[in-house]
Design a binder for this molecule. Structure first.
Ligand SMILES: Cc1cc2nc3c(=O)[nH]c(=O)nc-3n(C[C@H](O)[C@H](O)[C@H](O)COP(=O)(O)OP(=O)(O)OC[C@H]3O[C@@H](n4cnc5c(N)ncnc54)[C@H](O)[C@@H]3O)c2cc1C
Length: 430
C-alpha cells in the first residue's frame, strides 16, 4: 500500500542542498537586487549566471519541464517540495529556471508551439536569456474572458491586433508577449479567441504605464495598448480559436505552483512570529508566555500544515492522473484556500511585531498585499469556490432511472431496497 509522508533519501539530499543554497546565496540577494526579470542588466547577469550553473550541476534546473526540454520531469510532488523552499526568495525561481510567467509561457509554447516558435522563443526562454509576458486580462474584463474585446483580424498572411490589456506582468522586460484576442466574434468566446506571439518592439505595441501594487513606486504590471499591431500568420500559437484551451493548460499548472511557493511565504511569516514571541519581553516575561500568543501560534501552525497537505495531495493527484482536468476540483480548492491561510498567518505575525510589524523594515505589509493578489490573480476566490462546489455537487447528482417510482429514494427506501430479498420487503413502498 503506497501512502507515505516521507521523502526518498536521495531527493531529500537535493532538497537539503537547495535549502542551504537559498538561505546562504539567494535570500541575501533579495535585499540588494529587486527585479529578477530585467535580463538586460549586466550586473544581474554577472551574478545570476554562476548561480544558475550551480543549480544545473545539481540537476535542479527547470524541474517543472520534462527531459526533452532540459528538465528532470520530476512531477508535481517533488516540485512542491522544492518550491516550498524556493518560495522564500524572490530570486530563487529565476535562479532555478521556473519563474512565472515564463514557466507557464514555456509550457504552452512547448505544448502548442511550432518548431520555429520553439527555436525563436522557447529555447532562449529556457536558457534564461530572455523574459516573457502573458497578456490576457483587459481593463474592463478580467475574471470573465467572455468580456474581452481585443480583436485580431486576418489580413492576407498577417494578423492585425487592436485593443488594450491590463496587468500584463513584466511587459516592460519581455522579449515577447503572448496575447489573447478575439479572432472570430461570431462564435462563443470559448471557440472564438486565439493566442498570438507578439515580439517586443513591434510597431503599434505601446506600454501606456507600468502599474504597481501596494506601496510599490516602480510597477511591473503593464497597461498595454495594441494599436493595429501586425504579426505574421505563423505567430498564431496553437489552433485558431484555441486560446481558451491553451489558457486552461497554462493556468492548471500555474495555480498549483503558486500554492507551493505560498507555503514558503507562510512558513517565513510563521518562523518570524515564533522568533518574535520568544524574544519580545513584557512585564510577564516573553510574549510566548501569554495564552493568546500561544493560540496565534497554534492556529497558524494548524492552518499552515492543513494547507500544505492539501497542496501535496493535489500535486500527488496530478502526478497520478497526468491530466489537470481530472484534478480541477482539488486545484480550485487549493487556489481558494491559498490567500486565506497566507493572510491569516501574516496578519498574526504582523500584529505580534507591533509597530515594527507594519513598518517597511519588515516584509509583512508586502505579504498582505501578496495575499490579496493571490485572491485575485488567475481568477478570484469566488470563482474557484463556485468551481469547487459545482464539481462536488456533481458527485451527489441522482442517477436517473434507478428507482421504480421515478423519484429519488429516501435513505429509508434505499435501505429497504437493499435488504428486500432477505426480508421480503416491497420495494418502492416505505
Ligand atoms: C499580481 C497580479 C499579477 C497579474 N498578472 C497578470 C498577467 O501577467 N497577465 C494577465 O493577463 N493578467 C494578470 N493579472 C490579472 C488577473 O488575472 C485578473 O486580475 C483576474 O483575472 C481578475 O480580473 P479583474 O482584476 O478584472 O477582477 P474582476 O473581474 O473585476 O473581479 C473583481 C471582483 O469581482 C468579483 N467577481 C468577479 N467575477 C465573479 C464571479 N464570476 N463570481 C463571483 N464574484 C466575482 C470578485 O470579488 C472579484 O475579486 C494579474 C493580477 C494580479 C493581481
Amino acid at each position: 500500500m503506497a501512502w507515505d509522508f516521507e521523502t526518498d533519501p536521495e531527493y531529500q539530499k537535493l532538497l537539503d542542498w537547495a535549502d542551504e543554497f537559498v538561505r546562504e546565496e539567494l535570500e541575501p540577494l533579495d535585499l540588494v537586487l529587486h527585479d529578477p526579470y530585467d535580463k538586460s542588466d549586466p550586473r544581474v547577469q554577472a551574478i545570476i549566471r554562476p548561480l544558475q550553473d550551480r543549480v544545473r550541476e545539481q540537476g535542479l534546473w527547470a524541474c517543472h519541464l520534462g527531459p526533452e526540454l532540459g528538465g528532470k520531469g520530476y512531477g508535481q510532488v517533488k516540485l512542491a517540495l522544492l518550491n516550498e523552499i524556493l518560495g522564500r526568495s524572490r530570486w530563487a525561481p529565476s535562479v532555478f529556471g521556473c519563474q512565472a510567467p515564463d514557466s507557464g509561457n514555456a509550457e504552452i509554447i512547448a505544448h502548442f508551439g511550432t518548431e520555429s516558435q520553439k527555436d525563436l522563443y522557447l529555447k532562449p526562454l529556457l536558457n534564461g536569456e530572455i523574459s516573457s509576458c502573458y497578456s490576457m486580462t483587459e481593463p474592463h474584463g478580467g475574471a470573465d474572458p467572455t468580456l474581452f474585446t481585443t480583436r485580431a483580424v486576418k489580413d492576407g498572411d498577417e494578423w492585425v491586433i487592436t485593443g488594450e490589456k491590463w496587468f500584463s506582468s513584466n511587459a516592460k522586460h519581455a522579449a515577447f508577449l503572448i496575447v489573447m484576442a478575439v479572432s472570430d466574434p461570431d462564435v462563443s468566446a470559448y471557440e472564438g479567441m486565439s493566442m498570438f506571439i507578439v515580439p517586443a518592439g513591434t510597431l503599434g505595441l505601446e506600454i501606456i504605464r507600468n502599474v504597481g501594487v501596494g506601496g510599490e513606486r516602480e510597477g511591473s504590471h503593464g497597461y498595454v495598448r495594441y494599436d493595429g499591431v501586425r504579426v505574421p500568420a505563423e505567430n498564431l500559437l496553437g489552433a485558431e480559436g484555441g486560446a481558451f484551451v491553451i489558457a486552461q493548460t497554462r493556468l492548471g499548472g500555474g495555480r498549483i505552483h503558486h500554492a507551493m511557493r505560498t507555503i514558503a511565504q507562510v512558513r517565513k511569516a510563521f518562523d518570524m512570529m515564533c522568533e518574535r514571541a520568544l524574544s519580545r519581553q513584557t512585564r510577564y516575561g516573553p510574549l510566548s508566555k501569554l495564552q493568546m500568543t500561544k493560540e496565534k501560534i497554534a492556529d497558524s501552525w494548524i492552518e499552515m500544515e492543513q494547507f500544505r497537505l492539501l497542496v501535496l495531495r493535489t500535486a500527488w493527484l496530478i502526478d497520478k492522473h497526468q491530466d489537470y482536468k481530472l484534478v480541477r476540483k482539488d486545484i480550485a480548492a487549493v487556489k481558494a484556500a491559498m490567500p486565506k491561510v497566507f493572510h491569516d498567518v501574516v496578519q498574526r505575525a504582523m500584529h505580534l511585531h507591533g509597530a515594527l510589524g507594519i513598518s517597511t523594515e519588515m516584509p509583512f505589509s508586502a505579504m498582505m498585499v501578496g495575499a490579496q493578489a493571490l485572491a485575485i490573480a488567475d481568477g478570484p476566490t469566488e470563482v474557484h469556490k463556485i468551481t469547487l462546489a459545482r464539481q462536488l455537487l456533481r458527485e451527489y447528482e441522482p442517477v436517473e432511472g434507478l428507482w421504480p417510482s421515478g423519484h429519488l429514494p429516501t435513505r429509508r427506501e434505499a435501505a429497504r431496497a437493499r435488504y428486500a430479498d432477505l426480508l421480503e420487503l416491497e420495494v418502492g413502498n416505505s
